[in-house]
Write a protein that binds this ligand. Structure first.
Ligand SMILES: NC(=O)c1ccc[n+]([C@@H]2O[C@H](COP(=O)([O-])OP(=O)(O)OC[C@H]3O[C@@H](n4cnc5c(N)ncnc54)[C@H](O)[C@@H]3O)[C@@H](O)[C@H]2O)c1
Length: 381
């Protein structure tokens, strides 16, 4: 059967641009009869980054350091954009206004005002599907946790803990990059970097915070500048937000603790979600990616059950069900969910990618968190 091809442009060919390129290059890994993404145009200011793509993507027709040239290419239907946060507003609004679908990276605008202008462009172009990247919920054990949540097995929610812990910044000799400066990364710091990842599942479950109390920490104030000197680190390293949420069905309130930490000893890209309820509780962390922990509470003795899940992903793949699933697989599953959305099959997928509205809710939370930290007050949302 001849499957339709969707020509993508990739803008920003760094860490995440290459993950996108790798996912698309091995699309045959997934078992699906929908349209197939192909990388047909690339853009990066750094021309050396082009080579990796041209070697592995024979369909590339446009190579440019000016993204406007990529947007002018009529055959390009969709764009994956992974550039520093200070460029999100200009590039995302131009992509959407060019009529191309957008899978953009978080935080979807450097701040709340930039995010609002991106959403305005999306509203003005209703034919465009725009989504924000967030791949961790596509780990099979997390998909199973989501299915468990939808059954209502947790009873009344007591507490949710959602977070993302990094530790590479504990290496104080690591040279500074754009992610440690307010000008390029934004005032949110670790919240903008890691926060949307932690909120994708809670927002989809209907848990929108009603208030926030934030405790933000700057641990490292300067780093080597890579040229023999030092440069100031201006972003927040760690954040703990204590939020009040309400269950969308019962209205019952519970606390949600959101942790985004760049300085978390022992953690390497550890994304986790824990839900504690009166009838049942569940925990998942990418630290132990096959494992879903479940607990049912009946008033007597309690014990966690550890379920070893395999690689049974939202959209099936050729990998045997007993084998392991990883980060690159999660990125590929996320792009598949986006492919469902741009080809009108969104409702058939069990868990959609982050919507522009969800990014706006995250900006509302992060902006209030900055203010909460400044004033020492719990702020209503
Ligand atoms: N989803 C995830 O797990 C995840 C992980 C890391 C980063 N990110 C996000 O991805 C985005 C990019 O981060 P990264 O880690 O890939 O950064 P990176 O620094 O590795 O790559 C960014 C690329 O953008 C290019 N670039 C800069 N200005 C440009 C311009 N005007 N036109 C074209 N290209 C330009 C740079 O040359 C670089 O190659 C950010 O929004 C970041 O928050 C997401």
């Amino acid at each position: 059967m001849h499957r339709r091809r969707v020509r993508f442009g990739v803008i920003g060919l760094g860490l995440m641009g290459r993950e996108f390129g790798s996912s698309v290059a091995r699309w045959c890994h997934l078992i699906d009869d929908g349209p197939v993404p192909v990388v047909a145009a690339i853009c990066d200011r750094n021309r050396q980054a082009w080579d990796w793509f041209t070697e592995s993507h024979p369909d590339i027709r446009v190579k440019t350091d000016d993204y406007r040239e990529l947007l002018a290419a009529r055959e390009i239907e969709a764009v994956y954009c992974a550039v520093p946060h200070d460029l999100h507003e200009q590039l995302y609004t131009d992509i959407v206004r060019s009529g191309k679908h957008l899978l953009g990276e978080k935080p979807f605008g450097i701040d709340k005002a930039a995010n609002a202008r991106i959403l305005e462009a999306i509203r003005e172009n209703p034919g465009v599907v725009a989504r924000c990247s967030s791949e961790f919920p596509y780990f099979p054990a997390c998909q199973r946790l989501i299915r468990w949540l939808r059954t209502g097995a947790c009873g009344r929610i007591i507490e949710v803990r959602t977070g993302f812990h990094h530790s590479s910044d504990l290496d104080l000799d690591k040279p500074i990059n754009w992610k440690r400066t307010v000008e390029r990364n934004g005032e949110y710091g670790c919240l903008g970097d890691l926060g949307m990842h932690t909120l994708h599942v809670p927002f989809r479950m209907g848990w929108r915070p009603r208030s926030v109390y934030a405790d933000l920490q700057k641990v490292v104030t300067s780093r080597p500048d890579g040229k023999g000197g030092t440069a100031p680190c201006t972003t927040w390293d760690n954040a703990v937000l204590t939020c009040r949420c309400a269950d969308s069905k019962s209205g019952a309130e519970f606390s949600m603790v959101v942790e985004t930490k760049r300085m978390a000893p022992g953690a390497t890209n550890s994304w986790f979600l824990e839900v504690y309820g009166t009838a049942g509780s569940a925990r998942f962390s990418t630290h132990n990616p096959k494992c879903l922990e479940l607990l049912s509470t009946s008033g007597g003795e309690q014990g966690w059950t550890s379920v070893a899940t395999g690689s049974q992903s939202a959209v099936p793949s050729i990998t045997g069900g007993i084998f392991e699933f990883g980060f690159s697989d999660a990125v590929q599953q996320m792009i598949m969910a986006f492919m469902y959305e741009i080809s009108g099959r969104g409702p058939a997928h069990p868990f959609g990618t982050v919507t522009p509205e969800e990014t706006a809710w995250s900006h509302e939370l992060f902006t209030a968190a900055l203010q909460s930290h400044r004033t020492g007050q719990r702020l209503p949302l």
